[in-house]
Design a protein around this ligand. Structure first.
Ligand SMILES: Cc1cc2nc3c(=O)[nH]c(=O)nc-3n(C[C@H](O)[C@H](O)[C@H](O)COP(=O)(O)OP(=O)(O)OC[C@H]3O[C@@H](n4cnc5c(N)ncnc54)[C@H](O)[C@@H]3O)c2cc1C
Length: 402
């Protein structure tokens, strides 16, 4: 049992010359991976190398929506596994992550939305995912402040509802995993940029970093928006495009929004944080980019969309906006598995929706790294699927709605 109030959350060790495994990227996925490597596979000679500060990437910038109601069997399996891990995570990490399973509503505004939604609810139920179809009156009951009147520009015809979906406090999740991994012996090294991946005779031997060369027979990339850049230095072309993705918060308001609401057609997703800010996400900025900022017109469009649904928000003020760099694949599904280089592993492509996948991703990635082969839950999410054509098209379930 860890102390309730330790003097630090994790140590600040100097990088050693060699490790059994290196995880590149101190976001949620990298930290969860390191934790499960140590906890479940007994691999504690592990370093997490983070070029900036821990959680300064997408992990600390997302809108924290958690759900598992994806369409295809492979996706439902991995995201539902993740949701089950979320449900036990506070206890597992002995850290308050403020998980709030307040329900996630995904609105339908036209016949095509309705068909896609009903199909997904049916698919979810077959996969044991809690999913319901609500008509417009049911939507109003779950979320009274949505404008469901006939005058609405995009009338609400109904929606999918996942009661176990919700939000969690993203920075707490990063800190919780970091503290627990550190306590098991993992070195978390901030301010350490990986600049090259060392490969000899087709096998990885380590990395070059801004703080010197570090050897390791296993190197696991978990660099989200920088994945394709890093893989390229090892000679691997990932089918990943990096885009800015923006979000914003309002000032603190009384609690008015009881659940998470998303709308692909109107193009907004919104929840209300524990403290009271309205947290809203936008669609991606269309161009490729590596800056953690985006264009103003995207935010303007996003706020206009929010007001379509929630006229009550018209008097709220925007407090701040920001962006992360999301790694988007052609089928809107992640890549977690082996690469053509022995000992080099890749975990990327979670795009606009990988926060919810954090525990599940770390779990299966750690298995893959420890055993040198994928876990059954991530076998289908291989890099080869872009050659074989066995894509897992989640554009409907992913879309703007994270
Ligand atoms: C605005 C926004 C809203 C989002 N909303 C949601 C949501 O509601 N629900 C949801 O499920 N998902 C959401 N996401 C997506 C989610 O945040 C990401 O899919 C997920 O965080 C990616 O995994 P990560 O946490 O490991 O990434 P990151 O936190 O980005 O971690 C990657 C780390 O790698 C580091 N790195 C990069 N290159 C190097 C290098 N060369 N050397 C060392 N370190 C390196 C980076 O500095 C970074 O810290 C959102 C994303 C954004 C930007």
């Amino acid at each position: 049992m860890q102390e309730r109030h330790p003097p630090f959350l994790w140590r600040e060790p100097e990088p050693r010359a060699a490790y059994e495994a290196i995880v590149v990227g101190g976001g949620g996925h990298g930290l969860a991976t390191a934790y499960y490597l140590a906890k479940r596979h007994g691999m504690t000679d592990v370093a997490v190398l983070e070029r900036g500060w821990l959680g300064g990437g997408n992990m600390g910038r997302n809108t924290t929506i958690i759900r598992s109601n994806y369409l295809w069997d492979e996706s439902a399996a991995i995201y539902e596994h993740s949701l089950c891990l979320w449900e036990g995570l506070e206890e597992e990490l002995d850290y308050d992550i403020l998980l709030s399973q307040r329900g996630v509503l995904n609105l339908a505004h036209n016949l095509s939305d309705v068909r896609e939604g009903v199909r997904r609810v049916n698919a979810n139920r077959l996969n044991g995912v809690d999913a319901e179809w609500l008509d417009a009156a049911g939507v109003k009951e779950v979320c009274p402040i949505i404008d469901t009147s006939a005058e609405a520009r995009y009338p609400v015809l109904g929606g999918t509802y996942q009661p176990r979906g919700g939000i969690a406090k993203h920075d707490h999740v990063a800190w919780g995993y970091a503290r627990a991994a550190d306590a098991l012996g993992v070195d978390i090294i901030q301010g350490c940029e990986v600049t090259d991946v060392l490969v000899e005779d087709g096998a990885v031997t380590g990395v070059e970093t801004s703080r010197g060369r570090i050897r390791a027979p296993r190197v696991a990339l978990a660099a989200a928006g920088h994945s394709s850049v890093l893989a390229a230095v090892a000679g691997i072309a990932l089918p990943v495009q990096s885009h800015p993705l923006q979000a914003l918060v309002s000032e603190l308001l009384e609690q008015v929004l009881p659940c998470v609401v998303m709308s692909n057609a109107v193009h907004v997703y919104v929840s209300q944080a524990h403290k009271g800010e309205l947290v809203m996400g936008a669609g991606i900025d269309a161009y490729n980019g590596y800056g953690q900022r985006g264009a103003v017109h995207v935010i303007e469009h996003q706020m206009a969309a929010a007001l379509e649904l929630f006229p009550i928000f018209s008097r709220a003020h925007v407090l701040r906006t920001w962006a992360g760099i999301v790694d988007v694949t052609p089928d809107a599904s992640p890549i977690v598995g082996l690469t053509p280089v022995d000992g080099l592993f890749v975990n990327c492509g979670w795009g606009t929706g990988g926060f919810k996948g954090t525990p599940g991703s770390g779990w299966v990635y750690a298995h893959t790294i420890a055993n040198g082969e994928p876990h059954p839950l991530n076998a289908a999410f291989s890099l080869e699927r872009f050659e074989t054509g066995a894509l897992i098209d989640e554009h409907g379930a992913a879309a703007v709605a994270h």
